[in-house]
Design a protein. Sequence first.
Length: 586
Amino acid sequence: MKERPTVEDILPMTPLQEGLLFHANYDDGPDVYVVQTTVDLEGPVRPERLRDAVARLLAGQPALRASFRVLERRGAVQVVQSAVRTPWQEVDLTAEPPDRVSVAATEVATAERARRFALDRAPLIRFTLLRLAEARWRLLVIHHHILLDGWSMPLLMHELFRHYAADGVSLPPGTSPKNYFAWLASRDGDQARAAWRDELAGLESGTMVAEHARLEHGGVPGEVVTRLPEPATAALAAGCRQLGVTLNTAVQAAWALLLAEWTGRDDVVFGAVVAGRPPEVPGIGAQLGLFVNTLPVRLTLPPAQTVGDLLAGLQERQSRLTAHQHLGLTDIRQLARVDGDLFDTVVVFENYPVDAATLDLPDGLRVADVSGRSPMHYPLSLIAEPGRELTLRLGYRPGLFGQERVTRLADRLTHLLSVLAGANPAAPLGRLDLLGPEERDRALAVASGQVVTAGSRPVPEAFAHQVAIRPGEIAVVSGDVHLTYAEFGSLVDEVAGTLREHGVGPEDLVAICAERGPEVVAAMLAVLQVGAAYLPLDPRYPEDRLGYLLADGRPVMILTTDAARGRLPEDGTPRVPLPALATAGA
């Protein structure tokens, strides 16, 4: 009879783990923190041998046997079990028609990634082996982000295939993160809080690109991938070496410039993910776990500041804060004297990819490809991956941003990086030519008094273009309310996300019943954005006329406000509330 697993250890959590546990306990929608890594294998794979390698991997790594829960007397902890079941399944797709194999494999991967983990039930990782053809296989490794960070994935892959190559021969076990938590407990919290208080002193507000977003409208995250061409990447790297700064610093500076243009501010904040592996802890670089932390990065961008001073100053400030990167974001937010969140965009610089060439594999077996997907809950995120071409992955929440808009942002970011790559370090920021060719031509035409025609663009596309080229300019004025293009664009995207969530699309008719104001304009643009048509209803109309218009038009829904809702006749048409846009920019 098999022995029941026992509790091997009870450990604290890292600050980010506590945050993820909090989100998981209050979110019952799609879990964006389920991470999936795909490994394509070619050659003679022995499934039972790979399954045994998985079992040995879990047996030797305490981090992979942890679950997370809140105990009455000890608070939030991770509970490490002495043993866990082997989370393994095999799917044979060789019976599928050849043109269906790829589709079927994608369907399995999508379904696996959609399956939620119960964070109080170990293991929070699972493995699925797909047989695609006689000598073609695909291994899916799915885990919850609370268990492992990106740094851990190459370590996990190397150990998994070392177990596979060893074919049953025991390998040295992994180490417990006890030393890390002992180091964490020894940190001077007052000193760390003082450092972050100084860093955020004088900040008037956080930097939000989707300030009025509602978390429940997130949907499945999307992604736009672009690359900085090889010559520009090489020039950027050379410029960084000349100034003695990292490529990561240049990426953060470009993101700050993008946010400054978007929001019209010269004091911006965004999140950055740091490794969180202090060199003082022996062997921390080889440990599996979640040690990363998300921390604010603040930049002021006065026009007189030079490019060299911007980059060197940013790196110097970040280096000074390195000793205090263990402090949790919740604590740091409380130190800033601002209302609400500090940021809603985050930057990740990933320089630890899985190198297939270094994996220990038996003769005849090779890794054809390794890919991963680990989106975040933030409205907008950037993952930068160094290489001959700098890869830029912009993750976004479709309920807030459309793919076309994010594609334009990605193009804008590559342009800003190209500008930094070719800039004289002594050049003031105010003298940099930050406009792309199309934007420059348009600006010169307007400045010279020429008439610029709108062209044949659809209204949503024309509006999105204005958001992209003049984000900080005023778009809507209503009484005391002044909304910039960026602010109003976020509100339009929010309403469009609500419409998509309710299944509204082309050929549909949506009624809009509200007093004249920013809400109505946003609703009209949002309806056009999803391809539908709108029926404007003035709430001051007599009830009989409103009833006639609804009966004649038969809209699929009515976008309305609390003030106007009482004027509508009860005809069974769904009522969906508009957000209170009128106070958003006051």
